[in-house]
Design a protein around this ligand. Sequence first.
Ligand code: GDP
Length: 294
Amino acid sequence: MFDNLSFKLDRAFKTLKGTGKITEINVATTVKEIRRALIDADVNYKVAKEVTDTIKTEALGRDVLISVSPGQLLVKITQEELTKLMGGTKEDISLKGDPNVILISGLQGSGKTTFSGKLAYHLKKQGRQVLLAACDIYRPAAIEQLKTLGEQIGVEVYAEPDNKNALEIASRAVEYAKKNGKKTVIVDTAGRLAVDEQMMNEISELKENLNPSETLFVVDSMTGQDAVNTAKTFDERLNFNGVVLTKLDGDTRGGAAISIRHVVDKPIKFISTGEKMENLDVFYPDRMAQRILG
Ligand code: GDP
């Protein structure tokens, strides 16, 4: 699918062997390869250019150790830069509140309902009592989908299929949780195919009234630049706390992770890697950097 960057850089750098230092001329040729690899991995051009400019400065004059090839050294520097750009270390979600509310936002089809189930399962495995609240009121199938997932993972789902007021449903779900010893309420919300005013008003109202400990924005990593634009629009309205990248099991390198972080400056907290409930991983910037570079 993709050529291995380390291999390509070694090839581009073979002239350097024996000189012991990375020079301006050598860097110029290889930085182009790095930039292309980043763009191939869906990192947007502007971000890719900024990264490679930093790498250039970092790499110049560095001694090449006998045991490390120049290509390997540049890959290492690139990996370090990408890791830094994605926040450096993993960031946990906040579970403050009794019960705490986690609000799930995003476009329709991004994987919100699936992720809600996965997060419930993830927290349940840590011993937490979780309640799922079905507030995707415009898509009756979403309520059924969440109920099916709930049954599969043994987590209760609060739903009011005939009610079209998301805030009422969510508020009663929180009451229900209090009475029944649930410590976390995960609120699955409605999405549309594109950003629309009614959806934004509804989710903003949920956020203002429910006082969630986390508002997560779910986005399909396969949608490239659109993912970045949608993230920006949602963040302007919602000021979310974290991002969930879905469908990373597909044919994508995950460069969206870098672009989104760069544009909205919010941490990515989870990645979703399949349709099954166990296909959820905590986001580690260094692992993603490795994946992007291949
Ligand atoms: P929603 O409309 O945002 O609630 O999206 P859904 O949760 O219904 O997901 C839309 C489709 O994407 C469904 O067919 C899911 O099974 C699928 N899906 C969700 N997450 C992933 C993922 O990480 N990988 C893959 N391959 N499919 C996913």
